[in-house]
Design a protein around this ligand. Sequence first.
Ligand code: CA
Length: 229
Amino acid sequence: MAERILLVEDEQSVTDAVSYSLEQEGFELLTAGDGQTALKRFEEGRPELVILDLMLPGINGWELLKAFRKQRPGVPVIMLTARAEEADRVAGLEMGADDYITKPFSMRELAARVRAVLRRASDRTEEIVPVITKSGVRLDIDRHEVTVDGKAVTLSPKEFDLLAYLMRHAGRVRSRDDILQAVWGSPEYLDERTVDVHIRWLRLKIEADPVSPKRLVTVRGVGYKFAEL
Ligand code: CA
C-alpha cells in the first residue's frame, strides 16, 4: 500500500511540483494550503509523514507542528522553509521536526529525505517489539533466541541481526545497501557481497530447502525480503 504524505504549503507552484514528483515515486499525496485545512487533513487522512512549510497564512507552521506532535507523536515531520537561518532549523528540530529542507530544493533530494525519514520512523516503532513471529520463525530479541517451526536454531550475532532486520520489515524489500547500513553500520571495508554470504548462511538454517527459499526471498535487481507466508 502506498505511504500517505500530507503536504502543507500555500504556494501552488511548489504544491504542484512536489505532489507530482512524489506521486511519481509511488506515494499518495494529501495537500493543504492553510493551517485549518492541514489540521483537518491530518486528522481525517491519517498521513504517515508530513511535509510542512513554516511560512503559512493563518495558523503558522510552528503551531501546526505542535498540534501534529500532540495528536500523533509518531508521525515524522519534514519542515520546508525559504529561510536558511540556522535558528529556525534548530528551533524546528527542537520542537520535534525530524528533518528540514531549505527552498529551493531538488525533487530528487526531497524524495530521498522522505524515504530516509520514513525508514527511520518505521525502525523506531518496530524496534520496541521484543518477540517477532512470522512465517514459522519466532525471534526473541531480548533472549537472542530463534526457533523455526518450533525447533531452536543457533545463529551468529550478525545472522541474528540480519534476520531481525528483515523480519521487522517483513513483506518489504530491502536493498543490500539498506541492509549493510542497518546491520553492519556500513563500514568501508565491507561490500554488498557480505550481505549475500550471510543470506546464504541464514537460508541453510531457516529454510526447509535452502536452494528454493520461501522465507528469505531474493528480489532480483533490488535486494532481499522476508516473505510473510
Ligand atoms: Ca509559504
